[in-house]
Design a protein around this ligand. Structure first.
Ligand code: B16
Ligand code: MG
Length: 218
């Protein structure tokens, strides 16, 4: 085994594409509020917390709201989102993800999820891959958003692996920065121009094995 012992995975965009369901739920709410919210705008919400996402939508619509009302609308959005998540099926796991996780475990790596989503445990359950993770750090366990490294540092600590022996898999720039802020290496899931700074880029977990990644990072 390599000098790396812990693998930390973002959820949305790495394991499953939940962004499309976040979009549908936010879009419904935006329409109700008379705010024009597009798929391009939705890119700004990736990896961002629920409340911060709503604040961005309010900024787009040039609207202000009390904290109480913001909470109320976030709860409402989440109820709509959960209707989609309840229908989420195993075949929506992104290509190659399950094989990658199973193989990495067989090779002795410790695996953790590091997601801003408070719904992460439910999503992993729906996809029937909860058991593949040794630890799950979700939005209920962190107070600081990426690029703060908190979510990945907590993941590494829960695994009992030093930060510098962890590799982070991320599709968002703030997540790559979070990895680096925690002293970890980052594999960018996506194009190099969208994820500058990541030590390596792959289009998805189907595109490389953990051995190939470690050989490149080591
Ligand atoms: P929830 P990640 C993030 O997941 C999503 O990318 C982001 O769009 C969402 O607002 C956030 O989770 C919070 O989700 O409303 O379910 O708590 O990329 O950090 O896995
Ligand atoms: Mg993501």
């Amino acid at each position: 085994m390599s000098e790396f012992k812990g693998l930390l995975f973002d959820l949305d965009g790495v394991i499953v594409d939940t962004a499309k369901y976040h979009f549908l739920a936010w879009k419904q709410l935006a329409e109700e509020l008379g705010i024009n919210f597009t798929e391009k705008d939705n890119e700004r919400l990736k990896g961002v917390s629920r409340m911060r996402s709503f604040e961005i939508i309010l900024e787009i619509g040039n609207r202000e709201m009390s904290e109480e009302d913001k909470e109320m609308y976030c709860t409402k959005k989440n109820a709509v989102y959960l209707e989609y998540i309840k229908k989420l099926r195993e075949d929506e796991i992104l290509p190659g993800v399950k094989d990658f996780l199973v193989h990495a475990r067989e090779k002795g790596y410790k695996l953790a999820l590091g997601s801003a989503s408070k719904n992460a445990p439910l999503i992993l359950n729906q996809l029937k891959i909860s058991d593949l993770f040794d630890e799950i750090i979700d939005g209920t366990k962190v107070s600081k958003a990426k690029p703060d490294p908190e979510v990945f540092c907590k993941g590494a600590e829960a695994l009992g692996v030093p930060y510098e022996q962890c590799i982070v898999f991320e599709d968002a720039l703030a997540g790559v920065e979070a990895a680096h802020n925690g002293g970890m290496k980052a594999v960018g899931i996506g194009l190099p121009e969208n994820l500058p700074g990541a030590e390596m880029h792959i289009p998805g977990l189907y595109a490389a094995t953990i051995e190939e990644i470690v050989a490149k990072l080591g």
